[in-house]
Design a protein around this ligand. Sequence first.
Ligand SMILES: Cc1cc2nc3c(=O)[nH]c(=O)nc-3n(C[C@H](O)[C@H](O)[C@H](O)COP(=O)(O)OP(=O)(O)OC[C@H]3O[C@@H](n4cnc5c(N)ncnc54)[C@H](O)[C@@H]3O)c2cc1C
Ligand SMILES: *[C@@H]1O[C@H](CO)[C@@H](O)[C@H](O)[C@H]1NC(C)=O
Ligand SMILES: *[C@@H]1O[C@H](CO)[C@@H](O)[C@H](O)[C@H]1NC(C)=O
Length: 545
Amino acid sequence: MARTRSLGFLILTSFLCVLAAQLQLRPSMAAAGALPRDLFNLGIASRICTDHNSTAKASTDFGHMFEATPEALFHPRTPADIAELIRFSSSSPAPFPVAPLGNGHSGRGQTLAPGGVVVDMRALGRGHHARRVNVSAAGDEPPYYVDAGGEQLWIDVVRATLEHGLAPRVCTDYLHLTVGGTLSNAGIGGQAFRHGPQIASVHELDVITGMGEMVTCSVTKNSELFFAALGGLGQFGVITRARIGLGPAPKRVRWVRLAYSSVVSFTKDQEMLILDRASDFGFDYIEGQVQLKRTLFEGPKSTTFFSYGDITKLIGLASQSGLSTIYYIEGAMYYSEDGTTLVDQALQKMEALLGQLSFEPGFVFSKDVTYVQFLDRVCEEERVLRSAGVWDVPHPWLNLFVPRSRILDFDAGVFKCIFRDSNPAGLILMYPMNKDKWDDRMTTVTPTSDDVFYNVALLWSALSTNDVEQLHRDNKAVLAFLEKANIGYKQYLPHHTSQDGWLQHFGVKWSKIIVLKAKYDPQAILSPGQRMFLSPAKVSSSAVA
Ligand SMILES: Cc1cc2nc3c(=O)[nH]c(=O)nc-3n(C[C@H](O)[C@H](O)[C@H](O)COP(=O)(O)OP(=O)(O)OC[C@H]3O[C@@H](n4cnc5c(N)ncnc54)[C@H](O)[C@@H]3O)c2cc1C
Ligand SMILES: *[C@@H]1O[C@H](CO)[C@@H](O)[C@H](O)[C@H]1NC(C)=O
Ligand SMILES: *[C@@H]1O[C@H](CO)[C@@H](O)[C@H](O)[C@H]1NC(C)=O
């Protein structure tokens, strides 16, 4: 009944002209379940906050597309506190939803828990209790790993491992995300083509199930729960610890962007660079971006990467008749700063590589930074956007995995047709990954056809009321095109508003997901904001997810 589709947009304007667009949840749903009285007799009761200031903090997310206020915000001190809360709910005659909140960087209300309790995971890392990041010490035998609390931010994990000369093999573009939040999706970035998504580097997890059981799991121990929780969208348990494999950390990075006017050359070069045999001569990190011509002409005249001179040069390229888009390969090559021979060797390797690629002659833009500067690069963008007042705006993002064999059709239908003359604020990423680095026993899904698929991320920022509606329409047009052209795509960071959507998303995995849900969260109390299963509070308000 209360399908998201049938809910109206409500748009609030602040005096700063910064907008918060919210798909307003039905009032009946929010009013649904006052929490059972005896919850407040538990030992953890003093950490369950029901005051408006607390609940308001957990009522939306980075996307600012949905809003719903929970009944309470819970600040656990230990994983056992979380287990106690979940055990109470699942064994109660009136179970209520429980949603872990990592850093709240989801985009479609996935952390919301109307009628229930949001668990402030970050509270686990505060205060004077046990260490929440342990790196296997130097002198230990490889494989090296870090044990990190599910609430930890990747930036803190990275800083701790770098002290030992080690780093996670794959990092997301932005590090102010939690370990538990990204592992519940997959965790992708420019190193995933070689090492797979972050979930592929996990050796072991501590998970609290929907019955409040604390389970340690791995490929050899409770493997069913291990695979379910990785990419599990929070549906099977709360990740309180992850043991993550590490590799040696480089000291410095040559970081380049290469501009292309032809999508054919751009994708051909990207696909060559992700081949296993390119590991000797290629980049250690590969992503790519799509630049719409109008955005280049009318957008900022310099960015955190490109100088004023660079943008002027790119405008010259884009001015060629007929071009509506240009493309950048973003590559990084690691090197050690010890000794001039090594630095010279790195430069030679880069020169030799650039000689094999077909970007527009002369359109190489490079930087030389430390590894941590490189990994934390989006933080600098955040600072710029925040100071311009355009960070906390609605983000109607659409993230897609597109099979290699259809990427040119995608480009033609989406960038050269739907967005041909538009000028949306935001960023478009496009880069390929190797499917054989993904473990299909995990919950995350990838396109079923092809050995290579592209991540195409439409990372919009809505700067005005009209933008929210326009971008919403554009995203719908993209999805309609993909269906019509039978592109065989999957959503990453998926959001579906009906079970039918989820069935299509998971395909052959859906029946297994139903079995796993019944086994590990039979009351369907966990992360109801994903709208995958009928949650208890929604049942009582007779609304359907
Ligand atoms: C600026 C920006 C850049 C990004 N870049 C990338 C990128 O490069 N690569 C990439 O893969 N993703 C990227 N993301 C997406 C990001 O991985 C997701 O938004 C994810 O939700 C992580 O955010 P979070 O830790 O704040 O989790 P939240 O948004 O707080 O939670 C996400 C979901 O997971 C559940 N959850 C949270 N913690 C746990 C836990 N411990 N156990 C079980 N379930 C849990 C929540 O209930 C919710 O359903 C980016 C997001 C932003 C905003
Ligand atoms: C709630 O927040 C407001 C504004 O920050 C503050 O003035 C008020 O004292 C807070 N109330 C409580 C109960 O903390
Ligand atoms: C880190 O090690 C300490 C001491 O052994 C332990 O108490 C703590 O639980 C560990 N933390 C994690 C996240 O594994």
